[in-house]
Write a protein that binds this ligand. Structure first.
Ligand SMILES: Nc1ncnc2c1ncn2[C@@H]1O[C@H](COP(=O)(O)OP(=O)(O)O)[C@@H](O)[C@H]1O
Ligand SMILES: [Mg+2]
Length: 153
């Protein structure tokens, strides 16, 4: 199941992200696809800030991952732009975060075949009047949560 949003500006992307954060649960991996400047970090920041008291959410470009604490789980913000090979993700010792926490992953393509299965795939594309954000729910559990969430909007 796919849900498409058109976002005219940064604030609208942040609003979509913070609302979507309400449906997340432990074990969710949010793969944020899109080229540079499409709003992946804007999305991640608002998502994290809605669930935590984090004031700053800097891009973890050099550290690759940054952790935040929400009341009932940890959130891991990945920026894999500088990942040189997929196995580095395991050298970081972070695989369990995909199961024990909620993960937001910028540049998920860098994980190649080591990417977790059943991620939320969110795609950011440039359109004339802003950004097109497509959220893909790829298993029954996600479809149900997305449907329920949409019914409350
Ligand atoms: N609709 C929009 N949604 C998100 N960001 C937008 C939008 N329109 C313009 N922008 C701008 O695009 C940039 C997105 O930056 P960022 O989130 O860091 O991109 P990415 O992480 O995808 O490289 C910001 O400067 C933001 O102000
Ligand atoms: Mg970014």
């Amino acid at each position: 199941m796919e849900k498409v949003f058109i976002s005219q500006n940064e604030e609208q992307t942040a609003m979509i992200a913070s609302q979507l954060s309400e449906l997340t649960q432990v074990g969710d991996v949010w793969a944020l696809h899109g080229t540079l400047g499409m709003g992946k970090s804007v999305f991640a920041r608002a998502f994290i800030q809605n669930l935590t008291d984090a004031e700053e959410v800097p891009s973890p470009t050099f550290t690759l991952v940054q952790m935040y604490s929400a009341p009932s789980f940890e959130i891991y913000h990945y920026d894999l732009y500088r990942l040189e090979k997929p196995s580095e993700i395991f050298e970081l010792g972070v695989e369990e975060t995909f199961y024990n926490g909620v993960c937001l992953v910028e540049w998920p393509e860098k994980m190649e075949n080591l990417a977790p299965r059943n991620m939320w795939n969110v795609t950011f594309e440039q359109v004339e009047n802003g950004r097109k954000i497509t959220v893909l729910a790829s298993d029954e559990n996600k479809v149900q949560r997305l449907q329920k969430w949409l019914n409350t909007k």
